[in-house]
Write a protein that binds this ligand. Structure first.
Ligand code: G6P
Length: 501
C-alpha cells in the first residue's frame, strides 16, 4: 500500500509547508549538499550508501527527508528532489561549532570509538546538541502524517526519538546508530549519559551495526535505569494517557548496514573502468604489488598503523619500493576540528619520512592522495589493488571493505581487515588483523602478497557471496520490517520495493 499522494504545492489550500508524508527520514545531513557560488548556488547529490538505499523507498512512499544542507547561516525552503521531499534544517555558525564540530564530533565521536582521541565535555556543546535535536524533531513531526513512520539516523540525533514521541505519540519511530556503541566503562564517562539513553529509548526499534553494540547499549540501560532487558527487548516503564503504569517494549538489536553491491559490480564490469584500472597500474610504474587504503582522514581508521607496518617492511628489506606501492586515498573530513588537523599533520609527516627514507625516483613508496574521487575511479582503484588494507582501530561497519569485495568480480585481490571494524563479523574470509599488532599486520601483508591464486579466489568468492546476499536494500528492508511489527495494533505505512504497491 502506498502512502497518500501529497497535494501539489500549487494547490491553493496547501502551502508546501503543509505537506505531510507517511515515511520520513531524519539525518544530520540531507542527501544533497548546498554549494553557494557567486552566481547563485546549486544542490549536489551526495552519493552515500544511505541515500541510495532509501531512495527507492522514498519514491514509492512519497517520503520526506529532514536534514542539514551542510552550510551555516542559510535557510532554505523545502523542495522536491528525485521523488523525495527534502526539508532543510538551518544551523547557525555557532551551532555548527557547538553541535556538529563540538558535541557530535569532538565528544560523541571519540567517546563512541573507544576514546582513541580524548573527548571534550563542554556544557555549552551539550546545550547546543539538545537545542538542535529539538529543531530536527519539530521539523520531522511537521511533515509526518498521522501514524507515519519516522527513521532517525546516527549519533548526531540521539535525543530526537524521545522528542518526537513526546510531540506525537502516534508516530512509529526507528533509530539507527551507524557508529559503535561503547562498553559501559567508557560510555559512563559521559556527563549526559542518562539523557542520551532516554532520547534513544523514545524509539520503537533501535538498530546497531554489531550484536556487541546492542549488548553494550542494553548493559548501559540496565546499569543506569535498572530496566529489564531480555534478548533484544528492553522494557521501558511508562505512564499511559489514563494514568496507568505499563511497560513499553523497545527492540534494540543489530542490523549490519551494507552497500549497493550491484552498483559496484556493474561498474567493475564496464570496459572503460577495467581499462582505467590498467592505466592506474601503468601510472604507478607497473609495480608487482599495489596495496590500497581508502578512508576519510579520521583517527579511527588506523592509517598511521598501516603506514608504520608498510614502512617497516621497506626498512626490513622484505619489500622494496621498486616492487611495491601503497596508494592511500585520505578524503578530507571535519577539517575545523583540532584532532583532525593534528592527524593530517601526523600522517603527512609520516608519508614524507617513509618516502624520503625508502623511496626511489618514480617509486615513492606511498602514493598519498588527499582528495575524494567519483565512484568510477574508486572501482578502478579497487580493481587495480592486489591488497586492500582496512586497519581501523574502531569502526561501526567500514563500507570500503564491502565496496572492495563488491568490485572484485574477477575474484582477485586480498582483503586485510581489522577485527575492530563491524564488517569483520560478516567478512570472515578476509585476513583478519589486530591493527595495534604491527608485526601481525606486516605478516598479514606478506601472507596476502604470497597467497596462492586458488586460496585468494576461494576467499574472495566467500566474501562476495556475503555482500551479494546482504546488500543495503536487504538492510533497510530488514529494519523496516521489524519496525512495522514493533507496535501492536498498528501496521507499517512504509512499502518496500517489490511489495504490492
Ligand atoms: C560517518 C558517520 C556519518 C557521517 C559521515 C561523514 O560515516 O556515521 O553520520 O555523515 O561519517 O561525516 P560528516 O561529519 O562529514 O557528516
Amino acid at each position: 500500500m502506498a502512502g497518500p499522494t501529497p497535494r501539489p504545492a500549487s494547490d491553493a489550500q496547501s502551502s508546501p509547508e503543509e505537506r505531510t508524508f507517511s515515511f520520513v527520514v531524519v539525518s544530520n545531513r540531507l542527501p544533497v549538499d548546498r554549494v553557494e557560488t557567486a552566481d547563485g548556488g546549486s544542490w549536489n547529490r551526495s552519493p552515500g550508501g544511505l541515500v541510495t538505499a532509501l531512495e527507492p523507498i522514498m519514491a514509492i512512499n512519497d517520503g520526506a527527508w529532514v536534514g542539514w544542507p551542510g552550510i551555516a547561516d542559510h535557510e532554505y525552503e523545502p523542495f522536491d528532489s528525485e521523488g523525495s521531499w527534502l526539508v532543510p534544517v538551518g544551523l547557525s555558525e555557532r551551532e555548527v561549532a557547538d553541535y556538529y564540530e563540538g558535541f557530535s564530533n569532538d565528544t560523541l565521536w571519540p567517546l563512541y570509538h573507544d576514546v582513541i582521541a580524548q573527548p571534550g565535555y563542554h556544557r555549552i556543546w551539550w546545550e547546543a546538541y539538545a537545542a538542535v535535536n529539538q529543531r530536527f524533531a519539530e521539523a520531522a513531526v511537521r511533515v509526518a502524517e498521522h501514524g507515519a513512520t519516522v527513521w532517525v539516523q546516527d549519533y548526531q540525533l540521539q535525543l530526537v526519538p524521545a522528542m518526537i514521541r513526546k510531540l506525537r505519540p502516534d508516530i512509529v519511530i526507528g533509530f539507527f546508530n551507524h557508529i559503535p556503541f561503547p562498553a559501559y566503562g567508557i560510555y559512563s564517562q559521559l556527563p549526559w549519559r542518562r539523557q542520551i539513553l532516554e532520547g534513544l529509548l523514545g524509539a520503537d526499534v533501535i538498530g546497531f551495526q554489531r550484536a556487541a553494540d546492542a549488548g553494550n547499549f542494553a548493559r548501559a540501560v540496565r546499569r543506569l535505569f535498572g530496566y529489564s532487558t531480555k534478548g533484544t527487548v528492553v522494557q521501558v516503564p511508562e505512564t499511559a494517557s489514563d494514568g496507568s503504569q505499563r511497560l513499553r517494549p523497545v527492540i534494540a538489536r543489530a542490523f549490519p548496514i551494507s552497500i549497493e553491491t550491484s552498483a559496484y559490480s556493474d561498474l567493475a564490469k564496464r570496459p572503460d573502468v577495467q581499462e582505467r584500472a590498467k592505466q592506474i597500474r601503468d601510472e604507478l610504474g607497473n609495480p608487482t604489488i599495489v596495496m590500497l587504503g581508502v578512508d576519510r582522514l579520521d583517527y579511527t581508521k588506523g592509517i598511521a598503523h598501516r603506514m608504520k607496518a608498510f614502512g617497516e617492511l621497506l626498512e626490513d628489506g622484505r619489500l622494496r619500493s621498486e616492487d611495491a606501492v601503497l596508494v592511500q586515498v585520505a578524503s578530507p573530513s571535519r577539517e575545523r576540528v583540532e584532532t583532525y588537523r593534528a592527524l593530517r599533520d601526523e600522517i603527512e609527516l609520516m608519508v614524507g619520512r617513509i618516502n624520503g627514507d625508502f623511496g626511489a625516483i618514480g617509486h615513492p613508496g606511498i602514493s598519498y592522495l588527499h582528495h575524494s574521487y567519483p565512484r568510477e575511479e574508486m572501482v578502478a582503484m579497487f580493481l587495480a589493488a592486489d591488497v586492500m588494507l582496512v586497519t581501523a582501530l574502531r569502526d561501526g561497519m567500514n563500507l570500503v571493505a564491502k565496496e572492495y569485495v563488491a568490485s572484485r568480480i574477477d575474484n582477485g585481490g586480498v582483503l586485510i581487515l581489522s577485527e575492530f571494524a563491524g564488517a569483520s563479523d560478516e567478512l570472515k574470509s578476509a585476513l583478519l588483523i589486530n591493527p595495534h599488532d604491527i608485526d601481525g599486520v606486516k605478516d598479514a601483508i606478506m601472507t596476502a602478497i604470497g597467497m596462492p591464486a586458488r586460496e585468494r579466489a576461494n576467499r574472495m568468492r566467500a566474501l562476495r557471496r556475503r555482500v551479494i546476499e546482504h546488500d543495503v536494500d536487504r538492510w533497510s528492508a530488514d529494519f523496516l520490517a521489524v519496525l512495522a511489527r514493533s507496535r501492536p495494533g498498528t501496521s507499517s505505512s512504509v512499502t518496500l520495493p517489490g511489495e504490492d504497491e
